[in-house]
Design a protein around this ligand. Structure first.
Ligand SMILES: Nc1nc2c(ncn2[C@@H]2O[C@H](COP(=O)(O)OP(=O)(O)OP(=O)(O)O)[C@@H](O)[C@H]2O)c(=O)[nH]1
Ligand SMILES: C[S@@+](CC[C@H](N)C(=O)[O-])C[C@H]1O[C@@H](n2cnc3c(N)ncnc32)[C@H](O)[C@@H]1O
Ligand code: SF4
Ligand code: SF4
Length: 309
């Protein structure tokens, strides 16, 4: 059974934000749209949430944050989720702990990772993250590929005047390491730091997409993945994530989220329609009652760039 929202969008994927903590400090970070949090859920609580999600037809789990690999119990969390039997269990990470964890995560049942890396230049990496972890992040990607996680995607937020001239170098790095390149539009959410970064660095991806169309041997549209385009170039793959003002993107959104404090979050860009899940769960509600909370959150879903425009 798959549940569909009032806009006929099937809910296929749950994104669990397991922490808002991070070991780096990217100046543009939207923390997956989540406001500052005091608490984190335990591995058993995360496991139960995933079970209820499975019961309402969710097929894919993504762990994100903050930096998910900052949690000492990350392997236990992945192992508990994987034991449920999802089609796909993945993590989005800055990669700096991947060298340490990749093998244990594979053993725990993780299928794949997206690793965020915006630049191959040490000084730009430091400017973006305030840390000197470029080598660690690159090593994390290399180790992830070698450990059998597949596909490994490299998430590159494209920024005007900062890294937009590095796209093809990054593509070469991905090609060398068997990774897919994912080019992401810089986005502002209500919890983003108010440092004027959009005015300074927002890069319109239109010219780039034109170049990709010309260079690609083949283009695919990922229907249940927000209608995203995937370009096949010189034996490699480049995906483009361009959400801003994109009604097609929201029209094909099939994901729901949960915050580190256990509130169901119907949309990345909103915090006014959350549904508390953890308190009822801690009070001992049955799976049937908890399923209703998922359905309530799904009922709250609206395509953001349709309603707001
Ligand atoms: N507006 C919007 N942007 C999103 C959403 N999900 C992801 N993004 C953007 O896409 C970027 C990449 O997200 P990831 O966590 O790597 O996952 P993904 O690319 O959505 O998922 P896969 O392609 O399945 O690996 C994030 O940085 C967000 O900026 C969403 O639901 N809405
Ligand atoms: C919030 S991070 C959390 C996971 C992990 N710490 C990481 O960096 O991959 C998830 C993704 O969001 C992206 N991201 C963060 N802030 C963004 C913004 N303002 N616009 C677009 N993408 C952003 C990051 O590059 C990363 O790929
Ligand atoms: S690594 Fe991820 S969570 Fe940490 S600051 Fe950067 S984008 Fe945000
Ligand atoms: S409705 Fe649009 S903005 Fe909201 S989570 Fe889905 S794709 Fe993102």
């Amino acid at each position: 059974m798959t549940v569909t929202d009032t806009y006929q969008r099937p809910i296929i994927s749950l994104r669990i934000s397991i922490t808002n903590r991070c070991n780096v400090n990217c100046f543009y970070c939207h923390h997956d749209g989540i406001l500052p949090q005091k608490y984190e859920m335990t591995p058993d609580e995360i496991h139960r949430i995933a079970q209820v999600a499975r019961d309402i037809g969710v097929q894919k789990i993504r762990l994100s944050g903050g930096e998910p690999l900052i949690r000492d119990d990350i392997v236990e969390i992945v192992s508990k989720i994987s034991s449920i039997g999802f089609k796909d269990v993945s993590i989005t990470t800055n990669g700096t702990f991947l060298d340490k964890y990749a093998d244990s995560l594979v053993e725990a049942g993780l299928n794949r990772v997206n690793v965020s890396l915006d630049t191959l230049k040490p000084e730009i990496y430091r400017f973006i993250t305030k840390k000197d972890y470029l080598q660690k992040a690159k090593q994390g990607i290399i180790h992830a590929s070698e450990s059998g996680l597949y596909p490994v995607k490299v998430n590159m937020v494209v920024m005007k005047g900062l890294n937009h001239d590095e796209i093809w170098d990054m593509f070469n790095f991905c090609q060398e390491n068997g990774a897919v390149l994912q080019l992401i539009e810089l986005l502002k959410t209500e919890n983003c730091p108010d440092n004027g970064f959009i005015d300074d660095y927002h890069y319109k991806m239109d010219d780039l997409e034109e170049e990709l169309v010309n260079r690609a041997d083949k283009v695919k549209t990922r229907k249940f993945m927000q209608d995203r385009k995937k370009y096949f170039v010189d034996g490699g793959e480049i995906e483009v994530v361009k959400p801003m003002d994109n009604t097609q993107f929201c029209k094909n959104c099939t994901r729901i989220r949960i915050t580190p404090e256990g509130k169901l979050k119907p949309c990345l860009l909103r915090n006014d329609n959350l549904v508390d899940f953890i308190e009822p769960m801690r009070q001992g509600k049955s799976n049937e009652e908890l399923k209703k909370l998922f359905l309530k959150a799904i009922e709250n879903r609206e395509p953001y760039y349709d309603k707001c425009s």
